[in-house]
Design a protein around this ligand. Structure first.
Ligand code: NDP
Length: 449
């Protein structure tokens, strides 16, 4: 069987066994296409059905999350935790609260997480969880009651050596703190079962910054392969949440001009650049007032708001999608290239559609998949786990230095396994192969489990 036949047969099986899960199929196909040549040449991987086992979650927990609204109405949401793979460490991955959450989205995220965590070189398996709960417009007490109810069921399935959740879309420091509080109460122990905790109760310095900063460090490493850097570049960023905010901050600190931010309603374009002072306003608007990005143009009238549109129509050198999956399509990829974009660094998970990735790769521009360039978040979560275990806290300089060296290391691994005959670095292939090899090796060693 050749690699192409393996991919066709494998994907037919995955689709038949996991119907109606398009995001999961998309994520699996991307990895299988990268690693198939390796698998068909290695009878051990083939016969031990390593890839077939990797796509089957070790455990999926689905549960009811009942809670009571401020007006006294009984509300019911779905809760999930996908415990995907524990070959190299306890399950590790965020929790997402968004109305779009379903099994397909969480399985794709848990699957991606397995390879991302492997790439960090830290001992973390892959997991992801969440709920179709919509935090928008909810009161502080409703958020707290929801988090408590979510954990009242989930607490029995997680633990510092079993499964360590963190934040993701709709789950930031506030939600992690409420979940940790309820977990601690039910488990009757203070352990590092969550990461992204507040600094006063075991959180790592730099964890909030880590994903966005890490993406910029990765972008710098990619640009350096072509003798370039962020300095003097124009950057378009999507999203206005945790990842987007700190990507904007670091890109600005590295000398770039960030001209866009967005949310699910539209994007803002500030041709003068969203500088440090304007970013402070964005932090307050999004994290304290919990407002919408369109309010930016009221405060800064030199900027424009584009309702219902995404930032990829704006001229930029570097694009950093930092909002959500499949938020950059083929047509937008062509527009970016036509406008002179030469580097795409994913802060979000799977934000670029497969057809758009092909456009970037065919044009031979720098393109990094999220599982490599956004791994700084989970890497710093790994550092938080270590600090919790040794009951010590590292300084900002120590954590930042470790983050930088982890991102440089991931970049090196991508170059090692992704460089093609003509010298072009296929970061997708590099990240998938490097991430897969460590997990596969551990699974082979541990037997049929
Ligand atoms: P946040 O909830 O802090 O922010 C998400 C941002 O994306 C918001 O501006 C939100 O806008 C926008 N967004 C969400 N859903 C959509 C949608 N369907 N269409 C358009 N815009 C949307 O999440 P994070 O910043 O933490 O996460 C962003 C991405 O980064 C996700 O893909 C996540 O999986 C990934 N990631 C996050 C990590 C972390 O450490 N937080 C680590 C690694 C990856 P709105 O307010 O309108 O919903």
């Amino acid at each position: 069987m050749n690699a192409q036949e393996y991919v066709s047969q494998f994907m037919a099986d995955v689709i038949a066994k996991n119907p109606n899960e398009p995001e999961f199929h998309q994520a699996v196909r991307e990895v299988v296409e990268s690693v198939a040549p390796l698998i068909v040449e290695n009878p051990q991987l083939l016969n031990l059905k390593v890839m077939e086992r990797i796509v089957e979650p070790e455990r999926v927990v689905m549960f009811r999350v009942p809670w009571v609204s401020d007006s006294g109405e009984v509300m019911i949401n779905k809760g999930y935790r996908i415990q995907m793979n524990s070959a190299i460490g306890p399950y590790k991955g965020g929790v997402r609260f968004h109305p779009s959450v379903n099994l397909s989205i969480l399985k794709f995220l848990a699957f991606e997480q397995t390879f991302k965590n492997s790439l960090t070189t830290l001992p973390m398996g892959g997991g992801k969880g969440g709920s179709d709960f919509n935090p928008k417009g909810k009161s502080e007490m409703e958020i707290m009651r929801f988090c408590q109810s979510f954990i009242t069921e989930l607490y029995r399935h997680i633990g510092p050596d079993t499964d360590v959740p963190a934040g993701d879309i709709g789950v930031g420091g506030r939600e992690v703190a409420y979940m940790f509080g309820q977990y601690k109460r039910l488990a009757n122990e203070f352990t590092g079962t969550f990461t992204g905790k507040g600094r006063s109760f075991g959180g790592s310095i730099m964890r909030p910054e880590a994903t966005g900063y890490g993406a910029c460090y990765f972008g710098q490493a990619m640009l350096a392969t072509r003798g370039e850097s962020y300095k003097g570049k124009t950057v378009a960023i999507s999203g206005a949440g945790n990842v987007a905010q700190f990507a904007a901050q670091k890109a600005t600190a590295l000398g770039a001009k960030v001209v866009t931010l967005s949310d699910s309603n539209g994007f803002i374009y500030d041709p003068q650049g969203i500088n440090e002072e304007k970013l402070k306003y964005v932090f307050m608007l999004k994290n304290v007032q919990r407002g919408r990005i369109r309010e930016y143009v009221t405060k800064y009238p030199e900027a424009q708001y584009f309702d219902g549109q995404r930032p990829w129509i704006v001229k930029c050198d570097i694009a950093m999608p930092c909002a959500t999956q499949n938020e950059l399509n083929e047509e937008e990829a062509r527009t970016l290239i036509a406008n002179g974009c030469t580097c795409v660094v994913e802060g979000a998970n799977m934000p670029t559609t497969p057809a758009a990735i092909a456009v970037f790769q065919n044009a031979k521009i720098l393109y990094s998949p999220g599982k490599a360039s956004n791994a700084g978040g989970v890497a710093t979560s790994g550092l938080e786990m270590t600090q919790n275990s040794i009951r010590l806290g590292w300084s900002k300089e120590e954590v930042d230095q470790k983050l930088q060296s982890i991102m440089a290391n991931i970049h090196e691994r991508c170059v090692e396994f992704g460089t093609e005959d003509d010298g072009y670095v296929n970061y997708v292939k590099g990240a998938n192969i490097a991430g897969f090899m460590k997990v596969a090796d551990a699974m082979v060693a541990q037997g049929i489990v």
